[in-house]
Ligand binder design. Structure first.
Ligand SMILES: *Cc1c(COP(=O)(O)O)cnc(C)c1O
Length: 437
């Protein structure tokens, strides 16, 4: 058992070594290192590259994005409305060009995914179909530190259906003095309240702690009590192996501007499990883009819903935003998520190794230690620190994310961050902490 445990952890902390030379050597050995050159790395006012560890908030721009968008601008300029059918990538079926690569990235079948709307909007559209409260079963379960938009969305769904948003909301909370959530606690909640819960909606990778949940375990548990189960994968898509189809989840949503590098406010992805693909009785909000493509433009036909996730589209989509998504997906497809995750585990483990050297009386990492329970983000609680630490890091050229009262979130993104980035970040943090004591 012990032996098994050891071989399952390929990047043991004791395998890493300190020093800049080691970091540079890892970059030289890294088979993905060339991808960094395919991104625009933001620079300071002297023209020096910043240490950008904020891909969990807004991913960097691939250099190819401009060409993909320019293609559509040119086709629009030259073809006008005819671009819908005659553009190099015709606009009518444009979303279909994204389906296969998206499906691969999130572990789904092409019929299960679609790119549309924005994230919180999709969450509502999914709840229109999968939150069907009855007098006995109307509650929604979320994690206690859910992303605010998700919490507001589920609360408003409760109110929309005439329920009290406090009484109707059940929170899965960490234990006293802890940050991470515990599956035994979820089981206990369901044992008591399972028959009152209509929907379980969890942030698949918690935005604050970086905890990556076991989707299958949560879904099986929820389904065994008759609950519908959905995940918000904003911090998961392009970061971890989501395996959405096999998880059995009813639905999932994510944005494409974080780890999917598709530009600020870009469109959202949406997954609806195959078992719902042909269910025409499943209620939903619809528009002309949910209608059968063959008769869509006859305009007068009775509504005839498309099978699969496409059947949840409402509008013809913004092609310029989709072009940026296509640029990014083509890169993900070329590299493959498996290689990305392999580097992610190694790079994040290295980050953890360096941080631990700062000592337990200085920092505490609240993200799970097990590489299978996290992506590339580490949330670092800095003891006795305040926001001035974050400001000093920014001044020193490190772009990270501060969360009150004392947590810095950093995401070394495998496609564009280097071992040297991580090394330099920790060195800068060390200097700042030393000078402030
Ligand atoms: C980033 C993020 C959002 C943002 O929602 P938008 O609708 O894209 O503005 C919502 N939920 C989670 C979990 C997020 O991480």
């Amino acid at each position: 058992m012990l032996f098994l445990f050891q071989t399952e952890k390929p990047f043991k902390l004791s395998n890493y070594k300190p020093g800049l030379e080691y970091a540079k050597k890892q970059d030289a050995l890294d088979e993905l290192s060339q991808y960094r050159t395919q991104f625009h790395i933001p620079k300071d006012k002297h023209g020096n590259e910043l240490i950008y560890l904020c891909g969990n908030s807004l991913g960097l721009q691939p250099k190819s994005t401009k060409d993909y968008i320019n293609q559509e601008l040119e086709d629009w300029a030259n073809l006008g409305v005819e671009g819908h059918t005659d553009a190099k990538n015709p606009w009518l079926p444009y979303h279909e060009f994204l389906a296969e690569a998206t499906a691969k990235l999130v572990g789904a079948k092409p019929i299960e995914v679609v790119t549309m709307n924005s994230l919180t909007a999709n969450l509502h559209f999914m709840m229109a179909s999968f939150y069907k409260p009855t007098k006995e079963r109307y509650k929604i379960l979320i994690e206690s530190d859910a992303f605010p938009s998700d919490k507001y969305a589920v609360e408003s769904q409760l109110r929309h259906h005439g329920y009290d948003d406090k009484e109707g909301l059940i929170l899965w909370k960490p234990r006293e003095g802890e940050e991470l959530l515990n599956y035994e606690d979820l089981e206990a909640i369901l044992k008591t309240h399972g028959n009152e819960i209509a929907l379980i909606m969890i942030g698949g990778v918690n935005y604050y702690t970086g905890q990556f949940f076991d989707f299958k375990r949560i879904t099986d548990l929820g389904h065994s009590y008759g609950c519908k189960v959905g995940f918000d994968c904003a911090h998961g898509a392009g970061n971890v192996n989501l395996d959405l189809h096999n998880s059995g989840a009813d639905f999932a949503v994510w944005c494409t501007y974080k780890y999917m590098n598709s530009g600020p406010g870009s469109l959202s992805g949406c997954f609806v499990h195959e078992r719902h693909a042909y269910d025409k009785d499943l209620n939903r909000f619809t528009g002309w883009w949910s209608h059968n493509k063959d008769t869509r433009f006859n305009m007068r036909h009775e509504f005839d819903v498309l099978p699969g996730a496409e059947g949840w589209q409402l509008s013809n989509p913004p092609i310029l935003s989709m072009a940026a998504i296509k640029a990014s997906l083509d890169m993900f497809n070329e590299v493959g998520i498996d290689k990305i995750i392999k580097k992610s585990k190694k790079l994040t483990g290295y980050f953890e190794f360096l941080l631990k050297d700062l000592g337990e009386d200085t920092i505490r990492i609240i993200t799970p230690e097990n590489p299978d329970e996290r992506g590339c983000q580490l949330s670092i609680q800095v003891l006795k620190a305040d926001k001035s630490l974050h400001d000093k890091l920014t001044e020193a050229g490190v772009i990270s994310d501060w969360r009150e009262p004392d947590v810095i979130r950093c995401a070394p993104v495998p496609l564009y961050n280097s071992f040297e980035d991580v090394y330099l970040m920790v060195e800068k943090m060390k200097e700042i902490l030393k000078s402030s004591t």
